[in-house]
Design a protein around this ligand. Structure first.
Ligand SMILES: O=C(O)c1ccccc1NCC(=O)[C@H](O)[C@H](O)COP(=O)(O)O
Length: 276
């Protein structure tokens, strides 16, 4: 793999994210040495057809429901080990029974104890469209995402340059995958709106402190143009939080840790879905 420029010189990347990206870059380098890009692209293009992530969310919101992207997340830098034992098939089934619109599955191993196997198992267990939750820095990972069955990828504007974001988005579109572009502040939102995707996530987690504050979505969601679909991410726990996000303009939410910490995951998901 050539050394691609994955961090723009003028991007001020917080320490935790910088560490994650350095490890990710190394991981991708090793993975490409084992499976060349052309092989991974072939696997991606031969994978079963993607499920329509954007339509699923539009449908939920159009019917006056919450568009819940329910996350399968074993551990995180901020939360440590969140769920143990951890059973992706049972979790996918519970989310489906609880009325989730889509799933998000962490595939990053070092920081989230995720795995492509979790995504494959979740996809086989339900019909919901699935987001591959990982740190995407190279085209190879987009092909890998499709090959493992993902229907949507995440692009974190704090982690990549505009040029890389555009390249990864183009590849995803060529594979009929959706793209959720994620922002944490105004500057990133302005850059994100240069992409084609309609799905614009506002992450309430401050990447420097790793703390969440729903005020971030309250500040940024109203700035998202009406032709896009806002998604409020992180730190959402209660029906009241869902109503706050909806009042700010986002009826689509991405929720992980709160749901993962519940004994009855289906009921907890259902409580959020019926918050409005
Ligand atoms: O969750 C973390 O600790 C974290 C740390 C550094 C970068 C990203 C991180 N989380 C990724 C996410 O965006 C969340 O998994 C997702 O939005 C769900 O958030 P939550 O409901 O608070 O688990």
């Amino acid at each position: 793999m050539n050394a691609p420029q994955i961090i723009a010189p003028d991007l001020d990347v917080p320490d935790t994210l910088a560490r994650i990206l350095a490890d990710k870059y190394e991981e991708v380098r090793e993975r490409i040495a084992a499976t060349p890009l052309s092989d991974m692209e072939r696997q991606a293009r031969n994978a079963p057809k993607p499920r329509d992530f954007v339509t699923a969310l539009c449908h939920a919101v159009g019917e006056g429901r919450v568009g819940l992207i329910a996350e399968i997340k074993r551990a995180s830098p901020s939360g440590g080990l969140i769920r143990d034992p951890f059973e992706p098939v049972a979790l996918a089934e519970a989310y489906c029974a609880g009325g989730a619109t889509c799933l998000s599955v962490l595939t990053d191993a070092p920081y989230f104890q995720g795995s492509p196997e979790h995504l494959k198992a979740a996809r086989a267990a339900c019909d919901l469209p699935i987001l591959r939750k990982d740190f995407m820095v190279h085209p190879w990972q987009v092909f890998e995402a499709r090959a493992m069955g993902a229907d949507c990828i995440l692009l974190i504007m704090a982690a990549i340059t505009d040029a890389v974001a555009e390249e990864l988005e183009d590849i995803a579109r060529s594979l009929d995958m959706a793209v959720l572009v994620e922002v944490h502040e105004r500057k990133e939102l302005d850059r994100a709106l240069g992409l084609e995707t309609r799905l614009v996530g506002v992450n309430n987690r401050n990447l420097r402190t790793l703390k969440t504050d729903l005020a971030t979505a309250e500040e940024l969601v109203p700035l998202i143009p009406a032709d896009r679909i806002p998604v409020a991410e992180s730190g959402i726990r209660t029906p009241e939080d869902v109503r706050r996000m909806a009042a700010a303009g986002s009826r689509c939410i991405l929720v992980g840790e709160h749901l993962m910490r519940q004994a009855d995951v289906a009921k907890a998901a259902n409580d959020l879905v019926h918050a409005l």
